[in-house]
Design a protein around this ligand. Structure first.
Ligand code: SF4
Length: 245
């Protein structure tokens, strides 16, 4: 399928709450709808809400193979709690092998371009493969996560390479961190242990570090570039460019 027919309209979907959106997506699109999660708190809340109304909705992760053990522990806890199987989209082995052979495992320290190359191989390309299997993409983006994400719409249509359009939905885009935390506590959801070590955004090992009070939530990403990357969006490419932000 290359074109998505949307009933109701994007504007009408914008008015729906998270559970109604999950239910609509699963009813209308079935296997072509799914949650893409990195198993941070917002993702865990999304999965819990979806399980109430659409337990068969796919749960997908882009597994860079450089994630923290704490993140894999959350995945295991989610699978056990809901009896679901998380789908892992991993880097293409040959591309990954060549990248490491040519530039080394830690190329992301060298230059911004090499960091972006690594993100492309480990995240963006597997993410594109995941999106090729979807017409509706649920994401945990929230407006309060960074300056760059401050205008995140709830619903948008994003074009993927090859012309395939995907309905991108950030059902919790207007939730605050306090709301997410509150929901997590009330429902005793699995929580990444790294939050207790000062992390406010969790991605790959080394590239993600804890943040200090008052810093942007994504300030801990690629810290070694901070001195000359003023205005850096701190994005890996998954949500940049035709992404609906
Ligand atoms: Fe590579 Fe770091 Fe990007 Fe992960 S966050 S894909 S390790 S550059």
């Amino acid at each position: 399928m290359t074109q998505v027919e949307i009933h109701p309209s994007l504007e009408e979907l914008e008015e729906l709450g998270p559970e109604a959106l999950f239910e609509w997506a699963y009813t209308e699109y079935g296997e072509r709808a799914g949650i893409l999660s990195s198993f941070q708190n917002t993702g865990c809340v999304m999965i819990d809400l979806a399980q109430r109304v659409a337990p068969g909705l796919r749960v997908i992760t882009v597994d860079t193979e450089r994630l923290h053990p704490e993140t894999y522990a959350v995945m295991a806890a989610i699978e056990a709690r809901y009896g679901l199987r998380i789908e892992h989209f991993r880097p293409e082995p040959e591309r990954l092998r060549k990248m490491i052979e040519q530039h080394g495992e830690y190329l992301f320290f060298d230059t911004k371009a090499k960091q972006e190359f690594c993100c492309n191989v480990r995240k963006v390309e597997p993410n594109q493969r995941a999106l090729a299997s979807l017409d509706v993409w649920f994401t945990g983006l929230r407006r309060d996560q960074s300056e760059f994400r401050a205008k995140t719409p709830k619903v948008s249509l994003v074009k993927q390479p090859g012309g395939h359009s995907v309905i991108k939905i950030a059902p919790l885009n207007d939730w605050t961190e306090a709301q997410v935390e509150d929901y997590m506590k009330t429902h005793s959801l699995p929580r990444n242990a790294l939050y207790d070590q000062g992390y406010t955004s969790i991605g790959c090992m080394i590239c993600t570090t804890p943040t200090r009070p008052g810093e942007d939530k994504r300030a801990g990403r690629w810290r070694w570039f901070n001195q000359y990357e003023k205005g850096d969006k701190k994005e890996c490419g998954i949500h940049v460019g035709g992404s609906g932000i």
